[in-house]
Design a protein around this ligand. Structure first.
Ligand code: HPA
Ligand code: MG
Length: 212
């Protein structure tokens, strides 16, 4: 079983790329420090995760549960890759989708309080954007238990190396990243930056500008 399979590790020394080397919406030009994970790399890694998931889930019917809002890009791209595999290989996974919304962050801090909204058919695979402290995910898994799923697997695009982590590690991980607040690819800072393709590090002036 691929529990805690290897992932792309981004080191603490990683400087990222100058914004000028990539395409960034003009309205965010001064709000970001660096491009941290370019969109293309996110997609390439997600394509491989789809294969790993397929290998492990092949045969089972899955309910793909998206954790909104931050997980929507990762979820949609991951499902597109799984769908491509379903079309082009001998084995395929019957799949339905569902969505749940969790909210726990204000500015760049976890509030400790987790709000859960939506979700009607909770039975299996969940896709989340980022595992920071792991508290949100632990709460969600507790909630999912009430539905007696046969199996629950968690795919997360990012996992943060942080001393605040409560010891939770998802089954499928795209990238392990340093303890920095990142935005883009649906990840937000007070609802801003979801409309950014790359995962970027926010600047101090960006934090100030969009402060709640
Ligand atoms: N960015 C956006 N949302 C988050 C993060 C982050 O780094 N950590 C937890 N939620
Ligand atoms: Mg958020």
């Amino acid at each position: 079983m691929a529990t805690s399979s290897p992932c792309v590790v981004i080191s603490d020394e990683e400087q990222g790329y100058d914004l000028d080397l990539f395409c960034i919406p003009k309205h965010y030009a001064t709000d970001l420090e660096k491009v941290y994970i370019p969109h293309g790399l996110i997609l390439d890694r997600t394509e491989r995760l789809a294969r790993e998931i397929m290998k492990e889930m092949g045969g089972h019917h899955i309910v793909a549960l998206c954790v909104l809002k931050g997980g929507y890009k990762f979820f949609a791209d991951l499902l597109d890759y799984i769908k491509a595999l379903n079309r082009n290989s001998d084995r395929s996974i019957p799949m339905t989708v569902d969505f749940i919304r969790l909210k726990s962050y204000c500015n760049d801090q976890s509030t400790g309080e987790i709000k859960v909204i939506g979700g009607d058919d909770l039975s299996t695979l969940t896709g989340k954007d980022i595992i920071d402290t792991g508290k949100t995910m632990k709460t969600l898994l507790q909630l999912l238990k009430q539905y007696n799923p046969k199996m629950v697997k968690v795919a997360s695009l990012l996992v943060k190396r942080t001393p605040r982590n409560v010891g939770y590690r998802p089954d499928f991980v795209g990238f392990e990243v340093p303890d920095k607040f990142v935005v883009g690819y649906a990840l937000d800072y007070n609802e801003y930056f979801r409309d950014l393709n790359h995962i970027c590090v926010i600047s101090e002036s960006g934090k100030e500008k969009y402060k709640a």
